[in-house]
Design a protein around this ligand. Sequence first.
Ligand code: AMP
Length: 284
Amino acid sequence: MLETFTKIADLQQIIHKAKAMGKTVGFVPTMGALHAGHLSLAKQSLGENDFTVCSIFVNPTQFNDKQDYILYPRHIGVDQKMLQEVGVDYLFLPDEKEIYPDESYKTIDFDPGIVAEQLEGAHRPGHFAGVGAVVKRLFEVVNPDKAYFGQKDYQQYLIIKELAKHFFPNQYIELCPTLREPNGLAMSSRNQRLTAEEREKASIIYKMLQQSREKILAKTQSFTDIEQEAKAEIEKNRNFQVDYFDICSAKDLTKVQNHEQNEPLIICAAVKVGNVRLIDNLLI
Ligand code: AMP
């Protein structure tokens, strides 16, 4: 039976009890509007821990675009049903005051390094500062043994891994695979804001990621050409605008120029479809 807590003190009482009995706690932080991708993280946590806590908090400080925050889908009742069905034990559903009792909680003294300056960091000023502050707060509240993050937000995963190493060395950060729609589009709460036609056409993003991977492995084209061809193909669709389609180091997400650099690679893409911004990536 899913139990929902809105207050930190109430949730902590339960967690302290579980920990005192030697139980392990897995944690899945989310912003709600749940889909099968979120649930796959929850299922992994359920399989690996005695208790699983999910949180739903649409964190205002990580939205650089106010409209995106306002339009972010919210339907708590449906989310609770989905969590209940997969067997999640506890839902933490705080309001803004609970997470940020005062302004000091909105910033943290932590520099994740060069990784935070790339891709989303460059296109969404302040985004990762907001993510860092809320995740640190949530980790302090829940104190999980393991926390689960999706590969769709690979840059976020790298930054949180650094944050955990710095502030919570005993917490393990697990990376979980990206779940996709049947047409290949990465599942995302923001997909709900696409029309049926846009949703179908947005499958081009994953197609281009896959095609680019093949081209990289074939070693016949420069990285710049591969990136440009993918960008052009995506932008053939009306209302599609590519923020970036970059071949990067999978270690720190800096751009990789050619095959000679001998780095583990990841292709990362961000595409605006009308006013909905989608991200995806593919590890090579
Ligand atoms: P969000 O609610 O978008 O903040 O996402 C909460 C967590 O779910 C993050 O760790 C995301 O990376 C993860 N997530 C989002 N979409 C997917 C997906 N399609 N597959 C797997 N994990 C996902």
